[in-house]
Write a new protein. Structure first.
Length: 111
């Protein structure tokens, strides 16, 4: 799968040692691991049952997905490229998504 980044700063540090320097050893290594998993997959459906619990988000984050880095940290991303990734019922067609855009890494339970 192809991986894009929404922010130049994030693209600059991922995948690289700078990611570990910025996010710390544990979170940085998990981010790099998830990016490797994205790149190794043919489509998003390949990751549906992979470690990290990939899931569609709701509310103001509809059209975005997350995967777990730790109990608190999530990697937020969205399908990129094809505008026909959603099925009629409103859900994501995971088999059609072969490009993702990393939005951010976020502590869901932070201050």
């Amino acid at each position: 799968m192809e991986v894009q980044y929404t922010k130049k700063a994030l693209k600059k540090m991922c995948p690289d040692w700078q990611c570990i320097r910025f996010f710390g050893d544990n979170i940085g290594r998990k981010i790099l691991q998830r990016i490797k998993e994205f790149k190794a997959a043919n489509c998003l459906d390949d990751l549906k049952n992979a470690p990290g619990r990939h899931e569609e988000l709701k509310g103001n984050r509809k059209s975005q997905l997350s995967c777990r880095l730790t109990a608190n940290w999530r990697l937020i991303y969205r399908p990129f490229g094809n505008q026909n990734d959603y099925i009629e019922s409103g859900g994501l067609n995971w088999k059609r998504v072969n490009q993702v855009e990393i939005i951010e890494a976020e502590d869901y339970h932070g201050n």
